[in-house]
Write a protein that binds this ligand. Structure first.
Ligand SMILES: [Mg+2]
Length: 446
């Protein structure tokens, strides 16, 4: 019989925004007691006893790898957390009308237990997709139960094939990513090592740049003030968004920020895919004057040929890859020599297992690597990449975790805590919207 116990997130009775105001208030009693048995989703607004539910036994193993005792995956818990952002965020995709301003980020947390040891990982979605990730993960998670927790490649493959009908990219792999990342966290915790050390680090800190302050909704005064704060806090570079419908606005902002920072502070720009090839070439030639570290996502994320042509024409390095959701998609960039810097995102490509595969491809192709978002995970992966690289500093996730990333002398320091070093906050528990468990998940993770 498989049972599951209290989640680290289950203290929550309702989702709460900044300042304590309710985000989802006013549900009826029927809503609060709702239980969707089709996908086994249990609302976090339910009384605790309603959540202490037994799950059906996992299916019989279809392949090898099943082990007994503490080596086996004995429990998995999935939790959906909605993080509200302090202010609506806009990049070029909003100014060109393709997306609405972002007001929240939905996280899929996975906790994996093997005996009395635990790992935690997460995936995420911006705007739509969080429900799909959660539902898919809930459908395939039981596949991992009973498998050797050390055999992460084998588990990843079995999870992938369990849901392969809906593809080996996109929301399906992002659902698996949370479990894969939790398994790597578990493995490093069991070894008593930070994940970077388990993987084999090349350095104890990584160059880091700030993105949070450079969005298009921020005016120039706010951007420069924030840049000053970031540099004073030990962050080494500044990235600002471009891709405004009137490119003269972009060029004025870049010129002003470069003038403010001086010529020696690394500065990047990010167009979030909003230029066509001709526009990117025209603006890129002007941007070459400013000694930028890179131009990010100048073109559509899937235009490998266009990126390759642009990279040949411009002096400024080209960076892209954050929107891609598989090794196969990244391989298209690498084999077309589309970018000087690829920007994979472990939660988006399916976890740390596929990230390491594409990192090997990138290194042997002479490509630099600057992971996108999720610095809490990527600091470890960037430290384990052979070439000196950058990690993106975003402060958005700070309310979710107890520990702050340390920055000094332009670099982010690899945490020395075992695993990823993640410990969710009480506030994160209050933002839980759904949770479900499989097997025996044991003692809450702290
Ligand atoms: Mg970007």
């Amino acid at each position: 019989m498989h049972t599951w116990t209290m989640s680290i997130f289950l203290d929550s009775v309702q989702t709460v925004g900044y300042g304590g105001q309710a985000v989802n208030p006013g549900n009826s009693l029927e809503d609060e007691l709702s239980y969707d048995s089709r996908i086994h989703t249990i609302s976090a607004r339910e009384p605790e006893e309603m959540r202490m539910s037994q799950q059906e036994a996992p299916p019989e193993p279809a392949a090898g790898g099943r082990v007994a005792g503490d080596a086996a995956v004995s429990g998995i818990r999935l939790t959906s957390v909605t993080l509200p952002l302090p202010v609506p965020v806009s990049d070029a995709k909003v100014l060109t009308g393709r997306q609405r301003p972002m007001t929240e980020v939905v996280f899929l947390f996975a906790e994996v237990a093997a005996g009395d040891q635990h790992g935690i990982g997460f995936s995420y979605s911006k705007r739509a997709g969080g429900r799909a990730q959660y539902a898919h993960a809930a459908e395939v998670a039981q596949t991992a139960l009973g498998q050797d927790a050390s055999d992460i490649g084998r588990i990843h493959t079995s999870l992938l094939w369990a849901g392969a009908s809906v593809g080996r990219s996109g929301a399906a792999t992002q659902a698996i990513a949370a479990i894969d990342i939790a398994l790597w966290d578990l493995k490093a915790r069991r070894a008593g090592l930070p994940l970077a050390k388990l993987l084999g680090a090349y350095r104890d800190s990584v160059r880091t740049y700030d993105t949070s302050g450079g969005f298009l909704h921020a005016d120039l005064a706010a951007i420069t003030a924030r840049a000053d704060e970031s540099l004073a806090a030990g962050i080494g570079g500044i990235k600002i968004k471009v891709g405004h419908p009137d490119s003269r606005v972009d060029l004025d902002r870049v010129a002003a920020v470069r003038d403010h920072l001086g010529e020696h502070v690394p500065l990047m720009v990010d167009a979030n895919q909003q230029w066509d090839r001709a526009t990117a070439a025209r603006i890129g030639r002007v941007l070459d004057r400013y000694g930028l570290e890179w131009i990010e996502e100048p073109l559509d994320a899937y235009d490998a040929t266009g990126h390759a042509r642009l990279a040949q024409r411009l002096d400024t390095p080209i960076a892209t890859g954050e929107m891609l959701t598989s090794v196969a998609e990244h391989y298209e960039l690498i084999r077309h020599q589309a970018a000087d810097i690829i920007q994979p995102d472990a939660p988006r490509v399916g976890g740390i297992t596929p990230f390491l595969q594409l990192a090997t491809l990138a290194d042997h192709s002479g490509v630099d690597l600057a992971p996108h978002f999720a610095m809490e995970i990527h600091i470890h992966l960037a430290a384990a990449y052979p070439r000196e690289t950058w990690v993106e500093h975003f402060d958005w996730l700070n309310p979710l975790f107890q520990h702050r990333m340390e920055t000094r002398d332009g670099r982010m320091v690899v945490p020395t805590r075992p695993g990823l070093g993640l410990a969710p906050t009480d506030q994160a528990r209050r933002w839980v919207t759904d949770t479900i468990g499989f097997g025996s998940i044991g003692t809450p993770l702290r």
